[in-house]
Design a binder for this molecule. Structure first.
Ligand code: ZN
Length: 80
């Protein structure tokens, strides 16, 4: 267990989660979430901490189990 597990890194979108996330939409693709979508709490180039994005736009780092937006993850690896 770690902090990321404690704040539910992966959720299925329900009405309550939609209300929270669809104020700004998905930061990775800009689209709104739909009921039943799987979303993960991921870090990305938006820079203000982890946010929910569509699961298929995220990759999970095998070392930390944290999710990252794909493009952001590539840029992190490229500069490492
Ligand atoms: Zn998205």
């Amino acid at each position: 267990m770690n902090d990321m597990n404690a704040c539910k890194p992966k959720i299925i979108m329900d009405l309550e989660a939609l209300n929270v996330t669809n104020a700004s939409g998905c930061p990775a693709c800009g689209r709104k979430f739909n009921l039943g979508d799987t979303a993960v709490l991921a870090c990305g180039a938006w820079g203000d901490g982890p946010r929910y994005i569509h699961e298929n736009e995220a990759v999970q780092d095998v070392k930390t189990n944290q999710y990252f937006e794909r493009g952001y993850y590539r840029s992190l690896k490229a500069s490492a």
